[in-house]
Design a protein around this ligand. Structure first.
Ligand code: IPM
Ligand code: MN
Length: 352
C-alpha cells in the first residue's frame, strides 16, 4: 500500500494533478497495486489566508509518505520567491531530494521547434543536482540600498553532494541501456574551483562504470548541441543552476511546458514529482491546460516506486494520446479539454 501526499498547489496545479490521479487509479487497477492519498493545501491561497507558507510540521509529516505528487507553486498575488523558496525549495532541501531528474523526450506526434528532428533524435535525461550550488542560499548583502551595496551569492559544491549526484547519473545511464554515454555539463574553463571538483569526481566515479562512456561539454556548448544535435545526448549530469536553465531549453525542444515532466528524487527517502511548468494563472479553472506533464511526472513516480509495469503502460498511453489525438501541446489548442486528455490516457491504460 503506497502512501502518497498530494500537493495540488497553485493555479492550474490542482487541475493537472487530478488528471494524474485518474491515471494512477487506472494503473493501480490494471496492474494490481494499492495506494492511499492525503491532500495538503500548501500554496498561495493558504499563505494569503493564514500568512503561513509551510507549517513547521510539514517536513516531518511528508517523511511518512512513499512519494509526493505536486502540481505547481506560484501565485500572482504573492511576491515571486516567497512560495517558490518557502515551499518548493524547502521541501527539496529538507527531504534531501538531491537529484532533479528531467527527461527530455519528444513523444510521437509532438511538434518540436528543432528543424528535421524527431522522436528518435530527442530522447535523453538531465540529472540536475538539486540541493547545492547557487541554490544553497550562501552569501549575503552589505550596505543594502546604498550606492556601496555589495551582493554575494556563492555556489556551494561538496564532494559528497557532487559524488552522489554523479553516481546516480552513472547508475541511471547504465540502467537506461541506450548509447550509455554520460555527459558532464559544466564550465571547467572559468569556474575552476567548483567544476574542478565536479570533473575530478566525475572521472573517478567513471572508473567504476567501464560500460558507460564519460563525456564532457561546457554549459554554453551544451545549449548549442541541445538545439543542433540533440541526438548526441543520452544522459547529462550538471549542477543546480545549469540544470535549471538547460532543462527549460530541453522542455521547449520536446514540445513545451505542457509535456515536460520532472521528479525531485531522494533514492533513500521521499521523492517529489512535479511537472516542470508553473501554475499558469491565466488558464486556471478553464479546463484547457495540458495535463500530460503532470501525467508524465506521475509516470516517473510509478517508475521510482518500482511499479515499472505501470510506468511503462502510462508511457505508452501518453505516446498514444500525443501520437493519435492531440493537435498541439499548448493550453487551449489541444483539440481536447484537460479532463478529456486525462480520460484518454486513463482509458488507454485500462484497455491495455
Ligand atoms: C524549477 C523552477 C524552480 C527552480 C523555481 C520555481 C524555484 O524553476 O523547478 O526549475 O529554479 O528550481
Ligand atoms: Mn526552472
Amino acid at each position: 500500500m503506497y502512501k502518497i501526499a498530494i500537493i495540488g498547489g497553485d493555479g492550474t496545479g490542482p487541475e493537472v494533478v487530478k488528471e494524474g490521479l485518474k491515471v494512477l487509479e487506472a494503473a493501480s487497477k490494471k496492474v494490481g497495486f494499492s495506494y492511499e492519498t492525503a491532500d495538503y493545501d500548501f500554496g498561495g491561497e493558504r499563505y494569503l489566508r493564514t500568512g503561513e507558507i509551510l507549517p513547521d510540521s510539514a517536513v516531518d509529516e511528508m517523511k511518512k509518505f512513499d512519494a509526493i505528487y505536486l502540481g505547481a507553486i506560484g501565485h500572482p498575488d504573492v511576491k515571486p520567491g516567497i512560495l517558490e523558496k518557502g515551499i518548493l525549495l524547502t521541501l527539496r532541501f529538507a527531504l534531501d531530494q538531491y537529484v532533479n531528474l528531467r527527461p527530455v523526450k519528444l513523444y510521437p506526434g509532438v511538434e518540436t521547434p528543432l528543424k528535421d528532428k524527431g522522436p528518435a533524435d530527442i530522447d535523453y535525461v538531465v540529472v540536475r543536482e538539486n540541493t547545492e550550488g547557487l541554490y544553497a542560499g550562501a552569501g549575503g548583502v552589505l550596505k543594502k540600498g546604498t550606492l556601496d551595496e555589495v551582493a554575494v551569492q556563492e555556489s556551494i559544491n561538496t564532494r559528497k553532494g557532487v559524488e552522489r549526484c554523479i553516481r546516480y547519473a552513472f547508475e541511471l545511464c547504465r540502467k537506461r541501456n541506450r548509447a550509455k554515454k554520460l555527459t558532464l555539463c559544466g564550465k571547467t574553463n572559468v569556474l575552476t574551483f567548483a567544476f574542478d571538483l565536479w570533473e575530478r569526481t566525475f572521472y573517478e566515479v567513471a572508473k567504476e562504470y567501464p560500460d558507460v562512456t564519460p563525456d564532457y561539454a561546457h554549459v554554453d556548448a551544451t545549449t548549442m548541441w541541445m538545439v543542433k544535435n540533440p541526438e548526441w545526448f543520452d544522459c547529462i549530469v550538471t549542477d543546480n543552476m545549469f540544470g535549471d536553465i538547460i532543462t527549460d531549453l530541453g522542455a521547449m525542444t520536446q514540445g513545451g511546458m505542457g509535456i515536460a515532466a520532472g521528479g525531485n528524487i531522494n533514492p533513500d527517502g521521499v521523492s517529489m514529482f512535479e511537472p516542470i511548468g508553473g501554475s499558469a494563472p491565466k488558464y486556471t479553472g478553464m479546463n484547457v491546460i495540458n495535463p500530460l506533464a503532470a501525467i508524465g511526472s506521475l509516470q516517473m513516480m510509478l517508475d521510482v516506486l518500482g511499479e515499472t509495469k505501470a510506468a511503462d503502460l502510462v508511457d505508452k498511453a501518453i505516446a498514444h494520446v500525443t501520437g493519435t489525438k492531440l493537435k498541439s501541446m499548448s493550453a487551449g489548442k489541444m483539440g481536447y479539454s484537460t479532463t478529456e486528455v486525462g480520460d484518454m490516457v486513463a482509458q488507454f491504460v485500462a484497455d491495455a
